[in-house]
Write a protein that binds this ligand. Structure first.
Ligand SMILES: Nc1ncnc2c1ncn2[C@@H]1O[C@H](COP(=O)(O)OP(=O)(O)OP(=O)(O)O)[C@@H](O)[C@H]1O
Length: 493
């Protein structure tokens, strides 16, 4: 019979050398009829950085949630340094030094970073606990994200999504004397800008040299190749490949996930001269460019994260909403402003189209279902049916539903607010193609993205600096070097 694991005496060196930190054998997980994981074997050594990659719904978060104790496995064995684990919970995982940064951020929005830190450190009590909790989270933030500027006592709902993600990450690295042995990071950079991403990757490397292993789940494959020792590839609930990242190329990694990446070079397009702008937005600020966008155009917002792109995008959307031109908005922060958690895929997808689904004063069920099925299929939403509750989808599949909601609507202008968070490589390519073909049919897209490479899908971009749109680049001029130069103060602005 399995011995129940007892904490948390440091194991002997010989024991550690003989056993991986984590060992999983034949692990499976079913959600009712959905088989999310099938017979997975997974090992992690101390000090190791492992990258977990795979398409949306491949089972990555499920596997990691089992390790973090928030989901119970239905089959298989799990060992910690060779000792079988029977009962396992989030509290047990924490006690044994396993931390998790969740894809859907887990902070309480009505509490401050300090109070959120207290939630995971029950020892922080008595007089002055808030001050000590504030100091603990600030020290972690300073170590990982120097220059972050986050007030540990400000309520989390007042923080930007990037700041919330930084707090969530930093909290995983706080300790009040208990060990930290492994940190699972599920899409940790999806809301971070370039600088914070680089800071985090450097921190993961430092942590490994201090004996903290990491498991990094990301669709940004360059990050896997930059920091991980091994890449573990999942397809449809199983592990299909384990490769050392030494000498592994990005395209090989993409192929292992079952996709082929299209060439990244900008395709020369025969773009007709744009017509009369459908978006014409100016501000009172000096040297702030007028943002123009015509039907058929894809216009990007670029620049270092937090330089006013998102605010301008929202301003334009709010100005146009309710006006003559129908508009739609795809949020990147799906947790707080995108997904209706209690609704099905179909209801989430069609909510923006109710007007056009009306037949004789009532919403037509048949027309709604046809619209939902068509677009769920176009975006390859992985789910048993369109009636599946949205929260039982993987994160990337929830994001696809938000895309489908906007594209299925009658919107002539679609605003995209860094919308590819957690979307896999294959689907991204499909969405880029869809955006291009919708633009060719006359739709206009205004697209804020923190992924530089994504901007090559645009016809024209505005680079933002210090709250203003300062440089405009078009067609072949849209390339990484020029965007970075403009972001830091060079260029034709
Ligand atoms: N609570 C749940 N109820 C029902 N099915 C679920 C639930 N959670 C996950 N699933 C299903 O399990 C499968 C694996 O999901 P998981 O979130 O592990 O995928 P993933 O690889 O992390 O995807 P992504 O890259 O989109 O985050 C999916 O088919 C998903 O719909």
């Amino acid at each position: 019979m399995n011995k129940v694991l007892e904490p948390a005496r440091p194991p002997s060196q010989a024991h550690c050398a003989a056993h991986p930190l984590v060992g999983m054998r034949g692990v499976g997980k079913s959600y009712g009829p959905v088989r999310a994981l099938e017979a997975v074997d997974f090992d992690l050594a101390s000090n190791e950085i492992v990258g977990l990659v795979g398409h949306n719904g491949a089972g990555k978060s499920t596997l990691m949630n089992i390790l973090a104790g928030v989901v119970q496995r239905t089959d298989g064995d799990f060992m910690l340094e060779g000792t079988p684990v029977a009962r396992w919970s989030a509290a047990e995982a924490h006690r044994h030094g396993i931390r998790c940064v969740f894809q859907e951020l887990s902070l309480c929005a009505n509490l401050s970073p300090a109070e959120n830190t207290r939630i995971v450190h029950r020892g922080l009590r008595g007089l002055g606990w808030k001050k000590r909790a504030g100091a603990l989270i600030t020290a972690a933030l300073d170590r990982i994200f120097p220059g972050h500027g986050i007030d540990p006592h400000l309520v989390v709902s007042n923080l930007s999504i990037a700041e919330r993600q930084m707090v969530e990450i930093a909290r995983a690295y706080t300790s009040t004397n208990e060990p930290i042995r492994c940190v699972i990071l599920d899409e940790p950079t999806s809301a971070l800008g370039h600088t914070a991403t680089e800071q985090l990757l450097a921190h993961i490397r430092r942590a490994a040299s201090d004996g903290i292993a990491s498991i990094l789940i990301t669709h940004r494959l360059n990050e896997i190749l930059a920091v991980c020792n091994r890449a573990v590839v999942m397809v449809d609930g199983g592990i299909v490949a384990v490769r050392s990242t030494k000498g592994l190329s990005r395209s090989e990694l993409v192929e292992l996930t079952g996709h082929v990446e299209a060439p990244r070079d900008r395709q020369k397009k025969d773009r007709s001269t744009p017509g009369r702008p459908i978006v014409d937005h100016r501000t009172e600020l000096a040297q702030d460019k007028v943002v123009l966008a015509a039907p058929g155009e894809i216009v990007g917002f670029a620049g270092l994260d937090g330089h006013g792109q998102r605010e301008r995008l929202r301003d334009i959307y709010k100005t146009m909403k309710g006006g003559q031109t129908p508009v739609a908005y795809v949020a990147g922060d799906r947790g707080t402003e995108g997904v209706f958690g209690l609704w099905s895929i179909a209801d989430n997808l069609t909510i923006r189209s109710l007007k056009t689904l009306r037949r004789g004063g009532l919403i037509s069920d048949e027309a709604s279902r046809t619209l939902a099925s068509t677009w769920a299929k176009k975006l390859q939403v992985k789910a048993p049916s369109i009636d599946t509750p949205i929260l039982s989808l993987s994160g990337g599949n929830q994001q696809k539903v938000l895309f489908a909601r906007a594209l299925a609507s009658d919107a002539a202008v679609v605003f995209l607010d860094d919308p590819m968070r957690g979307v896999d490589v294959g689907t991204k390519q499909e969405v880029y193609r869809l955006i291009r073909s919708e633009a060719e049919k006359g739709r206009c897209f205004v697209w804020y993205t923190t992924e530089l490479e994504e901007l090559t899908n645009c016809d024209r971009i505005y680079v933002f600096r210090e709250g203003r749109a300062v440089v405009e680049l078009a067609d072949e001029a849209i390339e990484t070097g020029r965007i970075l130069e403009a972001s830091f103060g060079g260029g034709n602005g």
